[in-house]
Write a protein that binds this ligand. Structure first.
Ligand code: PEP
Ligand code: MG
Length: 565
């Protein structure tokens, strides 16, 4: 294909330069029908998904591992197996598998709920995977130099299994796909630039063609000229200089130019995440999600089971802040034994006081050497915090060597923030849930949802919670995804938030942003943002104002990010 630029949609930011490497679509094999081969391939596909999930979990990507776990369960769905069995009576195994998956995908794609509809791509991945196993073909083409992988569509596990990095896969471009698919979420978490929805023009690119991909703009430049190639390579060099410059600030205080200290913590659910956060200089963990280890549990976890999970995690946090959240089951984090429960978070565990007491005892014992804080999810009244306090007194006595905090994640929690702040020793704002419950959005919508936290209605909630906490003389943390988004960091600092708890991969960035800001100017900007007509307008205010210049300088990683003692 001659020099040209193809336009798709950005799905995971970043620029990459590499040679095209093409995932070939498996052709009809003409093999005879064989139900046993088809069903065995489906089983093996489930096992592969389980392994890919474990890989992500070990890499510290617990949420992404959950996506693959859910897909593994889908592979084990008896109705899918029944459909495969029926089709495999008359079709070649690979075709039966693809067709069964396509049937399920079609049903999902037609659903009005965008999140369920987005699962269609995951079912198709399962069909492709099982068909490939039945056919005995290779999983992915092997990259021997920096390569940009071109495919019709890829699922989240296929992204997770790619060999990434220099000399391997450096970006992905898809004929189909969507920026909101699970594959895009996994690509973003892995820092893999990806662009999607190019249509069939992408299929015309020959193997080995030099490409420049911009995953933010959703553009692929085919066979770029010398100048464009040099520009892309300079962008890459700048990116790695920026990361090095931000990492060079580790060990320096997370403090604004006018001297306001922010406590910088990380979110975690596993040991690799804790290790990564501490290595980046987080002061400890601001949110340890405990429910993720028990999403497959057949019953409420026992005290021993909690201790087995918590002890290695909290041992790594000896002497540091360890904010352990009690089980936040419900919603999209519902284990089979709680199927169809309408409750979530603290309301759900308060209805099972023995189970809650068992976890509280386990946390307090496993965290004895850490600066322990216990955090309650989705708190909506002071009475709920009092109920936990009395459980604690019953099971641990008067001596409770930890602080008890409350997460504010709903408009009702915000409305009652003052009475909650009177009972709690710190507050934490969960913007993932607060954004969705305030604006009526599904919380699984793409990362852009972190930016929707700039909606003035959400910012007004943050103002109320900060005021309630500070009037009671306690601190307030933000621990949703928005805490790791530079523009939101400006607003949260401006609104008086004391602590930010972010994904381990964002710790360096957030420190760099805070150190480039003036708390006073951020305050003025946040007040303007509160009066903006929309999240987009509030973000634009941040980007175009003085803080925008400070941010740009900080993010460029040169000049603006100065080492200070
Ligand atoms: C939140 O809602 O912002 C939060 C941090 O909790 P989770 O994402 O685990 O619900
Ligand atoms: Mg939440």
């Amino acid at each position: 294909m001659a020099r040209t630029v193809l336009h798709g949609l950005g799905a995971s930011p970043g620029v990459a330069v590499g040679r095209a490497i093409v995932v070939r679509e498996v052709e009809a094999s003409g093999a005879p029908p064989d139900q046993a081969v088809a069903l065995a391939a489906l089983e093996q596909a489930a096992a592969e998904l389980g392994r890919a999930a474990a890989g992500l979990r070990n890499a510290g990507l617990a949420d992404e591992a959950e996506i693959l776990e859910a897909n593994r369960l889908m592979a084990e769905d008896p109705s899918l197996a029944a459909s495969v069995r029926e089709l495999a009576a008359r079709l070649a195994p690979a075709e039966a598998l693809r067709e069964a998956a396509e049937g399920f995908a079609g049903v999902l794609a037609a659903l009005p709920d965008p999140v369920l509809a987005g699962r269609a791509s995951d079912v198709r991945e399962l069909g492709r995977r099982a068909a490939r196993i039945a056919d005995g073909s290779a999983a992915q083409p092997l990259a021997e130099a920096d390569s940009i992988l071109l495919a019709r569509d890829l699922g989240p596990a296929e992204i997770a299994e790619l060999e990434l990095g220099e000399g391997r896969i450096v970006a992905v471009a898809l004929i189909e796909g969507s920026a909101t698919a699970h594959a895009a979420i996994v690509a973003r978490s892995l820092g893999l630039p990806m662009a999607v929805a190019f249509g069939t023009d992408l299929a015309a690119i020959a193997e080995g063609t030099v490409l420049v991909l911009d995953g933010e703009q959703g553009v692929v430049s085919v066979d770029p000229g010398h100048v464009e190639l040099e520009e892309a390579q300079e962008t890459l060099r700048q990116g790695s200089r920026r990361r090095r410059a931000l990492a060079g600030l580790r060990g320096l205080p997370t403090e604004t130019l006018d001297g306001r200290r922010i406590v910088l913590l990380c979110n975690a659910a596993s040991l690799p995440e804790i290790d990564a956060g501490l290595a980046a200089g987080a002061a400890g963990v601001g949110l340890l999600r405990t429910e993720l280890a028990f999403l497959e549990a057949p019953a409420w976890p026992t005290e021993q089971q909690h201790r087995a999970v918590l002890e290695p995690l909290l041992a790594a946090l000896r002497g540091r802040v360890a904010t352990v959240r009690t089980l936040d089951f419900g919603g999209d984090k519902t284990p089979p034994f709680l199927d169809r429960t309408p409750e979530r978070g603290l309301a759900l565990t308060l209805a099972e006081p023995d189970a809650l007491a068992a976890q509280l005892r386990a946390i307090s014992q496993a965290g004895a050497d850490a600066r322990l804080r216990i955090l309650l999810p989705l708190v909506e009244s002071g009475q709920q915090v009092r109920a936990v306090r009395s459980l604690l007194q019953d099971s641990l006595g008067e001596e409770q060597p930890f602080e008890l905090g409350a997460m504010i994640e709903t408009p009702e929690g915000v409305r009652r923030a003052t009475e909650i702040a009177l009972e709690a020793q710190f507050l934490s704002i969960g913007t993932n849930d607060l954004v969705s419950s305030t604006l009526g959005l599904h919380r699984d919508l793409p990362l852009a949802s972190a930016e929707t936290a700039a909606d003035p209605a959400v910012l007004a909630h943050v103002v109320s919670v900060v005021a309630a906490a500070h009037e009671s003389g306690i601190t307030v943390e933000v621990c949703g995804e928005a805490a790791g988004v530079p523009e939101l960091v400006v607003l949260f600092v401006g609104l008086g938030v004391d602590e930010l708890s972010v994904a381990p991969a964002r710790v360096d960035l957030v420190r760099g942003v805070v150190r480039a800001l003036s708390a006073e100017r951020s305050g003025a900007l946040a007040r303007d943002a509160l009066a903006a007509p929309s999240a987009a307008a509030a973000l634009e205010l941040v980007r175009s104002g003085e803080a925008g210049d400070e941010l740009r300088e900080a993010l460029e990683g040169l000049g603006g990010v100065r080492a200070r003692g």
